[in-house]
Design a protein around this ligand. Sequence first.
Ligand SMILES: [Zn+2]
Length: 87
Amino acid sequence: MVKSSTIEVSCQCGAPLAHYQKRGKGRLVKMFFDRILTDHAGVFLTDPPLPINQAIACPRCGKRVATVHVVRGRYAAKVNRGAVRAS
Ligand SMILES: [Zn+2]
């Protein structure tokens, strides 16, 4: 069984971004949209959905925190590793 845990993802400025169900261990590299439990800032699960390659910015400081990609047919946010922290 693959280990999963839930983490809080926030911007380096402290703004909360998402409550995320992460699989496996290691650094947070991408966030599958279908595993985002709570989109605190409303920047990931938008209506209409974000287009591929769209940059996702922190709502507080405006820094780019992720970019939209499709990974194995699923939408995911590839995180800008210097810009987010996971706990
Ligand atoms: Zn920020």
